[in-house]
Design a binder for this molecule. Sequence first.
Ligand code: E4P
Length: 223
Amino acid sequence: MKVFLDTGDVKEVEKAAEWGLLDGVTTNPSLIAKSGRRFRETVLEICGLVPEGAISAEVVATDYEGVLKEAHEIASWNPQIVVKVPLIPEGVRAIRTLSQEGIRTNCTLVFSLPQALLAAKAGAAFISNFVGRVDDVGGDGMEAVADTVDMIEQYSFNSEVLVASVRHPKHVVEALQVGAHICTMPFKVMNQLFNHPLTDAGLKRFLDDWNEAGLEIFEKARV
Ligand code: E4P
């Protein structure tokens, strides 16, 4: 499963990129607005920090011509960019055109299997299935992800299922269990993936034992 960071904060991308684990970054208009910086410069800086990665940047138009115009502009900034388009009729129509033009799209705000079918048929490279927002209102967001993964396999669609709106490490575990292709997560969740109390306790014991025994890796030459 590919691991993406869900952020508009360049500092977070920098840190996660240092770990060498990043396959891509997803942004959205809210995350870019929160960063307090300009859209283009932020997206391009992220591209530079994750040179091999797929970087999603979203349109804000909601009519077909407007989506296409913005998508062409955004896609022209860098070949790494995947244009994010919302799952609305005009958006799906634009995804179809963009896919025929060879422009990769990430169909966003997908919550159900029928919506995922439309995105896949339109030729979206990624289908962003939001889980946390469904869980927030008492549903099970991962159900649609599992169904979408099955649909993609059964009908050999080319789209990749991207688990979005991730709130905690359990969502990442569930994304793996249902066979999602990509999981995008906030920096906080990516950090939490490292954590296990037995890792901390185990490391402490190894170091205490080592130091108590007075051992060294780089031994001084004997005279
Ligand atoms: C998807 O790519 C979105 O940017 C994101 O995952 C939305 O998450 P939220 O529900 O935490 O806003």
